[in-house]
Ligand binder design. Structure first.
Ligand code: UDP
Length: 500
């Protein structure tokens, strides 16, 4: 920690999709204030954060602190410190086990206070870490919750767990407190473990206690923009009754300014991931195709689909005649790091796609930012993870939704109902999809006229709104920049009140 004062302490959840927005938020706050910021996490994630800096050297204003963590004691395989190293069914255990960070985190804060004679201005913690509110109170500071997802999806998740049970009738539809009556949610938008939740099972009890503690925070930062989610933000503010600062979307600057991405941008963001193809090769392939004609398919950093879904998707793609880039991984039930087997795809599929130039199959990991920002990319078949969603919308790329986990089904619903920029293909990793449906949805979305044309106009408008929200040129400040300044001045005001 050295002799420097720590102004803000951050505690992200142990997943790359959370660590990266936290790091980006830290950088932006530092640039506006000169504050020194400490990010605490488990050793593996701290190493990962360090590796994102040039020559693994973090700048002096950022302090990366390792909290000891013993995953083996929680029914997890040893060294499971990050969702990326875990099968989907084990991620819940990681969420629950994160409470064991409480004592080391408490000790870390105690050391800071002992050294500098005063607490940090605030702690910024992840939505899953409701327990931090109590630690912040003990340490005479405040907790700010940072939701790395969107307002609509995060509120839906909170409302779901805080207001169980939901379905009082046999209806498959239900309302969630906090949302207007017209927002009907459907049981198929819930994972199996959510469907089983009755409010008294261990999951319900754990999440209810964490989420209700998070609602005792001083305020919330969200990775969205005021213009993007009027319904989500309005509902979130009414529901929580505290300040909500939409300071996002936190995206790489080059992506927002339509500047060329350095060839390593995607990999810098995801150190440790080796793309199945170089960004240059991908761009070369995209250059051969027409404007907005290519469909990009990827299910985020940790999902894959079943064997039968993979087959139907491949057949549907081939029948659609649409050019595509598909990030493929071994299907469910196989080790994701295993060698890809051609038998998982229709016979001769890979060779035909190569020969006809219709499809580019990328094994395991693709340079997503380079693909989405290329003019030939027209739509994205996505699991609707928040980072992928924002990356796509910022580039004016329409979405075909296939939500799988976390709050993705709620994000997908918002993209369809509120934004009108997506058509949902299916939901969940167990769903049955047919090649005919794949072909039909691709046809609707890729169409330049009709519904596809309407979606394109809307997504272009949203892309413009995103650029405006994060604009920071002289006196021209977008809504997200103003929200960041409002947040900083609220924190500074509190400091004056406490330490004057
Ligand atoms: N990503 C990538 N290449 C891939 C798959 C994913 O660069 O082949 C990146 C993508 O750009 C995004 C992140 O991984 O920034 C995925 O985050 P998201 O929130 O969409 O989903 P998650 O992985 O958390 O489910």
């Amino acid at each position: 920690m050295g002799s420097q004062q720590i102004d803000i302490v951050m505690l992200p959840f142990m997943a790359h999709g959370h660590l990266i927005p936290f790091l980006s938020l830290a950088t932006q706050i530092h640039h506006r204030t000169g504050f020194n910021i400490a990010i605490a996490n488990t050793p593996l994630n701290i190493q990962y954060l360090r590796s994102t800096f040039h020559q693994h050297q973090n700048p002096p204003w950022i302090h990366l602190f390792e909290l000891p963590f013993n995953s083996a004691g929680h029914g997890l395989p040893p060294n499971s410190e990050n969702t990326e190293n875990l099968p989907l069914d084990q991620i819940g255990k990681l969420v629950i086990s994160s409470v064991s960070l409480k004592t080391p985190f408490h000790n870390f804060l105690f050391d800071i206070i002992k050294k500098q004679g005063k607490p940090p201005l605030c702690i910024i913690s992840d939505v899953f870490f409701g327990w931090v509110v109590e630690v912040a109170n003990i340490m005479n500071t405040v907790n700010i919750t940072f939701a790395t997802g969107g307002a609509y999806g995060t509120l839906a998740l909170f409302s779901f767990w805080l207001n169980l049970p939901h379905r009082k009738t046999d209806s498959e539809e239900f309302n969630l407190p906090g949302f207007p009556e017209r927002c009907k949610f459907h049981v198929s938008q819930l994972h199996e473990f959510m469907r089983k939740a009755d409010g008294n099972d261990s999951w319900s009890r754990f999440l209810k206690s964490q989420f209700s503690s998070s609602l005792q925070s001083f305020g919330w930062l969200t990775n969205t923009a005021e213009e993007l989610e009027p319904l989500g933000l309005d509902s979130l503010r009414k529901y929580t009754q505290f300040p909500v600062w939409p300071i996002g979307p936190l995206l790489p600057k080059q992506l927002l300014n339509k500047l060329p991405l350095s060839s390593s941008s995607s990999t810098t963001q995801h150190a440790g991931k080796s793309p199945g193809i170089s960004a240059e090769k991908c761009v070369e392939w995209l250059d051969m195709h027409d404007l907005a004609s290519v469909l990009y398919i990827s299910f985020g950093s940790q999902n894959t689909v079943s064997r039968s879904q993979m087959m139907e998707l491949a057949i549907g793609l081939e029948k659609s005649w649409t050019p595509f880039i598909w990030v493929i991984r071994p299907p469910l039930g196989f080790d994701l790091k295993a060698e890809f087997r051609s038998e998982w795809l229709p016979e001769g599929f890979e060779a035909r796609m190569k020969e006809s130039n219709q499809g580019l199959l990328v094994k395991n990991w693709a340079p997503q930012l380079e693909i989405l920002s290329h003019k030939s990319t027209g739509a994205f078949l996505s699991h609707c993870g928040w980072n992928s969603t924002m990356e796509s919308l910022s580039q004016g790329v329409k979405i075909i939704g296939w939500p799988m986990a976390a709050e993705q089904a709620f994000n997908s619903k918002m993209l369809v109902d509120e934004m009108g920029v997506s058509v949902e293909l299916t939901r969940g990793v167990q769903s049955s999809i047919s090649s005919e449906k794949v072909k039909e949805v691709i046809g609707i979305v890729m169409e330049k006229e009709g519904k596809g044309g309407d979606m394109k106009r809307k997504v272009e408008e949203i892309s413009h709104q995103i650029r405006e929200a994060v604009k920071d040129e002289g006196n021209e400040k977008g809504s997200s920049i103003k929200a960041k300044d409002d947040f900083i001045s609220a924190i500074k005001t509190r400091k004056q009140e406490v330490f004057s």
